[in-house]
Design a protein around this ligand. Structure first.
Ligand SMILES: [Fe+2]
Ligand SMILES: [Fe+2]
Length: 133
């Protein structure tokens, strides 16, 4: 398991909490395949991961736009940074098929990024949507 769901902060919006729960589940499954160096499973799950991340980010961005949220750009640019990293690692995976590199990225970069992003930007956004600020 990469991320224990209890490590992730709940935000004041149930749609977002559901997106996060789903994402953690998929990343945990992906991580297990990476640790097991199961090349076929990683091939398959990497696509699911990319699709799920895009769904998560795009849904939040649409919600921010609809609500004319002031921190839209800075929140989106934090999503974009992770989109670029995931795409870069996917391209490298397609060529190198190196699970060790992926494992390092998930443990040292993605996990802390997700926790921080949710506790900072998603928390602030959810408060705004619920009329809290
Ligand atoms: Fe989020
Ligand atoms: Fe976000």
């Amino acid at each position: 398991m990469l991320i224990n769901p209890q490590e992730i902060q709940q935000v004041a919006n149930e749609v977002m909490n559901m997106l996060h729960e789903e994402e953690i589940e998929i990343f945990n499954e992906f991580y297990d395949a990476v640790v097991a160096k199961d090349i076929e499973k990683i091939d398959e799950l990497f696509k699911v991961v990319l699709f799920d991340v895009e769904d998560h980010f795009k849904t939040e961005e649409d919600m921010m736009e609809q609500n004319k949220y002031g921190y839209f750009q800075v929140h989106k640019s934090d999503h974009d940074t992770m989109r670029e990293k995931l795409n870069k690692f996917h391209k490298r995976w397609e060529i190198l098929k190196g699970p060790t590199e992926l494992q390092g990225f998930l443990e040292k970069d993605f996990k802390s990024w997700l926790k921080l992003h949710i506790s900072k930007w998603d928390t602030e956004m959810a408060l705004h949507l619920s009329g809290g600020n």
